[in-house]
Design a protein around this ligand. Structure first.
Ligand SMILES: Cc1cc2nc3c(=O)[nH]c(=O)nc-3n(C[C@H](O)[C@H](O)[C@H](O)COP(=O)(O)OP(=O)(O)OC[C@H]3O[C@@H](n4cnc5c(N)ncnc54)[C@H](O)[C@@H]3O)c2cc1C
Length: 103
């Protein structure tokens, strides 16, 4: 796992929300099955992999060139377009598929 963009705590909160939504009923009934845990993994795996791919992209396209160059950093063009500039912040903050606690 990459530390790029400090998403670890965001993953943790999203994981906790999905786990609570999926597991609260089986836990209340004291009947948690392996299939319940697999359901949590299914819901979290794709968004996590997408964010990890995004982190790898930023690491290779932004951080690696900056760390190995003496030149002043100029953000890549894609980060200067308003919609693309805001998208990474949204992805990092809310994840690919925002999660909500079911009440
Ligand atoms: C040095 C450092 C700096 C970091 N900086 C940042 C940052 O700036 N921004 C950011 O977003 N993220 C950061 N992270 C990552 C972030 O802290 C983690 O991604 C996040 O805490 C993961 O949360 P979690 O609930 O999934 O797991 P954890 O926080 O690891 O919680 C798991 C808990 O389960 C307990 N546990 C484990 N096994 C058992 C067991 N068998 N029985 C009972 N309890 C058990 C553990 O004791 C622990 O309390 C950093 C991590 C480190 C180490």
């Amino acid at each position: 796992m990459s530390p790029v963009s400090g998403v670890g705590i965001n993953y943790a909160i999203q994981d906790a929300v999905v786990a609570a939504n999926v597991l609260s009923k089986p836990l209340n009934n004291r009947q948690v099955q392996l299939s319940d845990l697999a359901k949590v993994q299914r819901q979290r795996e794709l968004p996590t992999r997408i964010i990890q791919a995004f982190q790898t992209f930023i690491q290779k396209r932004v951080f690696a060139p900056v760390l190995t160059s003496n030149r002043t950093f100029v953000p890549p063009a894609f980060l200067r377009l308003p919609i693309l500039r805001d998208l990474p912040a949204r992805l990092i903050a809310l994840g690919v598929f925002p999660v909500h606690v079911k009440t």
